[in-house]
Design a protein around this ligand. Structure first.
Ligand code: NAP
Ligand code: ZN
Length: 341
């Protein structure tokens, strides 16, 4: 095979190592697959958890990148929904069984037979090209530029799904905990869905921007005194924090019937006091990305209402600097890596 057909990627060869240029020969294009020329990658904190093998599921060499936008350059013989030149995106899920009860209702993210991840045993978007099933490629609406669309494909859908599921009425009191890539989009979506939004952050310097994103209030996350005023008042808390925090303090913010929904993925366990849980009819919930139904809906909602992430553009060759910035909470608020020819 001539070198030109090899995919030029950035890979971690071992856990916790810096990424380096690395080439691989792609498998033959399957009938349901497309190949894209990658143009943009949002950098999700999950890519850092995966590089560091925090969850023990990473396979090396690891080509991460799962907020991928690009142009279709080849289509498998069975693909009828896309054509060469289309602008499409891939998120965390690259395939699912398509037949189980969850898949049939558009919840491939909880496929009974286990969905296949874009960067789980498969090479993702930190590369010049990428192949995956057309069934999980999303056409990017014309009203969204590629740099804005990329972070919606993981960060956007991950916060849209629980907000869409749990917000049942106007003025729902929503707290967003952790104002990073996911968190700042959660503020924007929650505000557009009619919620009363409070941003909880350990970074006081984020207050001005959190309010510009749509938060009505900004609350410093930390000491009890700072939290006392708002204890027991929230209908829904979306926790996007990437490290373990004081879960009981987060839980104590809920009012009756309140839901603490966790999307951030530190390796942690929780101790929740049962009496307030039961007598306040509270819930602790989890949520993982989203299925095709909400992904499609979220992209249209974002395009219609011009909900876009605040992005910082860097060339893909600066992937390691970008990862350092995200790991040290310096990204504002999503880094998007732009491919160079
Ligand atoms: P990010 O941009 O790094 O944002 C995380 C935010 O958490 C930071 O900006 C910071 O916000 C806060 N934070 C970090 N360390 C903290 C600490 N020790 N104590 C308190 N707050 C802290 O990360 P992201 O890309 O948004 O991802 C967030 C998490 O969601 C990651 O764990 C990622 O793996 C996970 N994730 C889950 C799903 C899913 O499907 N469930 C999908 C995508 C990502 P402040 O400065 O405002 O405090
Ligand atoms: Zn992600």
């Amino acid at each position: 095979m001539p070198d030109s057909t090899k995919v030029k990627a950035y890979a971690a060869l071992n856990a916790k190592e810096k990424l380096q240029p690395w080439e691989y020969e792609p498998d033959a294009l399957k009938p349901d697959e497309i190949e894209i020329k990658v143009t943009h990658n949002g950098l999700c904190h999950t890519d850092i958890h995966m590089r560091d093998n925090d969850w023990g599921v990473s396979q090396f060499p690891l080509v991460a990148g799962h907020e991928v936008v690009g142009e279709v350059i080849e289509i498998g013989e069975g693909v009828t929904s896309l054509k060469i030149g289309d602008r499409v995106g891939f998120g965390w899920i690259r395939n699912a069984c398509g037949r189980c009860d969850y898949c049939l209702q558009g919840e491939e993210n909880i496929c009974r037979n286990g969905y296949q991840g874009l960067i789980l045993g498969h090479h993702g978007g930190f590369a010049n090209r990428m192949r995956a099933s057309a069934n999980f490629a999303y056409k990017i609406p014309d009203a969204l530029d590629s740099a804005s669309a990329a972070p919606l494909l993981c960060a956007g859908i991950t916060v849209y799904t629980p907000l869409r599921t749990h917000i049942k009425r106007p003025n729902t009191k929503v707290g967003v905990m952790g104002i990073g890539g996911l968190g700042h989009l959660a503020i924007k979506f929650a505000r557009e869905m009619g919620a009363e939004v409070t941003a909880f952050s350990t970074s006081p310097t984020k207050e001005k921007e959190a309010k510009e994103f749509g938060a009505h209030y900004f609350q410093k996350w930390g000491t009890t005194e700072e939290m006392n005023a708002v204890l027991g008042t929230f209908d829904l808390i979306i926790c996007t924090v990437s490290s373990a925090i004081d879960w009981e303090a987060a839980f104590s913010l809920l009012g009756n019937n309140g839901i603490l929904c966790l999307v951030g993925l530190p390796v942690s366990t929780m101790n929740i006091p049962l009496l307030p849980l039961i007598f306040g009819q509270k819930m602790v919930a989890g949520s993982v990305v989203g299925g095709r139904k909400y992904m499609q809906e979220m992209l249209e909602f974002a395009a219609l209402n011009q909900i876009k992430p605040m992005v910082e553009l860097l060339p893909l060759s600066q992937i390691n600097e970008a990862m350092d910035k995200v790991a040290s909470n310096q990204a504002r608020y999503r880094i998007v890596l732009v491919s160079e020819d």
